[in-house]
Design a protein around this ligand. Structure first.
Ligand code: SF4
Ligand code: SF4
Length: 77
C-alpha cells in the first residue's frame, strides 16, 4: 500500500515539470491531458511509489498539489 497520495488541481497546473524533477520516487509524469489553458497537466504515473514526502507540493509554484499521508497504524496516543 502506498504511504502517500497526491491530488493535482488540473486548472492550476501550468505543466512546468518542476514537481516531476523533485519527486524522489519518480511518481509523476505528464498526463497528455490538457487543461483549459492548454497546459499538459501532471498525473501519478506510479502511485504505488508515493511516500507522501510533500516535496512536489513544496516545489510547485502554482500551489496545484495537495499531499495526503497514510496514517501509521500506531500514532503513540
Ligand atoms: S509526495 Fe513525495 S513521493 Fe509523492 S508524488 Fe510528491 S514528491 Fe513524489
Ligand atoms: S510543479 Fe505544479 S504547475 Fe508545475 S507541473 Fe507540477 S503541478 Fe504543474
Amino acid at each position: 500500500m502506498p504511504r502517500g497520495a497526491i491530488i493535482v488541481d488540473k486548472e492550476r497546473c501550468k505543466g512546468c515539470g518542476l514537481c516531476l524533477v523533485f519527486c524522489p520516487q519518480d511518481v509523476l509524469a505528464f498526463s497528455g491531458e490538457h487543461n483549459r489553458s492548454s497546459y499538459d497537466v501532471v498525473c501519478m504515473k506510479h502511485p504505488e511509489q508515493c511516500t507522501g514526502c510533500g516535496f512536489c507540493a513544496q516545489t510547485c509554484p502554482d500551489i496545484a498539489i495537495e499531499v495526503y499521508r497514510q496514517k501509521k497504524p500506531k500514532d503513540g496516543s
